[in-house]
Design a protein. Structure first.
Length: 202
């Protein structure tokens, strides 16, 4: 069952996520950390939480929407995961095109960009433009409509390091990071060792 509990430990991070999902979810959320598997789990659970139909804590893991996210078949979720391949300018075009479609199941669409640190300069410029304009035009449409999508971007390196090395535009970092959620390594959260040990023993 999809939930934040699939990521053992990280109590403070999960508490922050639950608070964010209990209110109005911002357009962009930036996840960072050096554990790609944990980032994958976290980004999937976060997408499920945004799309979850439950009235209580989200993601509930039991509603139809959560089950569709877990099975990878939710029509309102776009998952972009090219591994360590470069993310090119087509990325922004795809995000804009797919999110011009009316949501099928819920109130909005969600796009998850894994390995977002691999966006090349052209892709970053195009994505920044999409986020700044906040409008799209549907196929065959004659007018622009608001760009109502939630974007979850995950980077496997520290954003500040990417900025210093010229691999991430600073203005895009601030656009993506309306909420910034670092996933610190275990060596920086020793308080999680006990709960992790209990989790794996069970």
């Amino acid at each position: 069952m999809i939930s934040f509990d699939a990521l053992p430990g990280n109590r403070s991070l999960k508490a922050s996520l639950r608070r964010a999902l209990a209110g109005r979810v911002p357009q962009t959320i930036l996840l960072s950390g050096d554990d790609s598997r944990s980032l994958e789990t976290l980004s999937t659970a976060l997408a499920a939480g945004i799309l979850c139909e439950a009235d209580g804590p989200r993601p509930c893991g039991a509603c139809l929407s959560c089950r569709k996210v877990q099975d990878g078949v939710h029509p309102d979720l776009t998952l972009i995961d090219e591994g360590e391949e470069d993310l090119k300018v087509d990325l922004a075009r795809r995000i804009k095109a797919e999110n011009a479609i009316i949501p099928n199941d819920g109130a909005r669409r969600v796009t998850v960009i894994r390995h977002a640190h691999n966006m090349n300069a052209y892709a970053q410029n195009a994505l920044l433009k999409v986020l700044e304009e906040k409008k799209v035009r549907r196929l065959g449409g004659s007018r622009d409509i608001p760009f109502d999508v939630r974007i979850v971007a995950a980077v496997n390196e520290k954003p500040q390091k990417l900025i210093r090395e010229g691999r991430l535009r600073e203005d895009l970092y601030y656009r993506l990071g309306v909420i910034r959620l670092p996933l610190p390594p275990l060596r920086e959260r020793l308080c999680d060792i006990g709960p992790l040990a209990d989790y794996f023993i069970e």
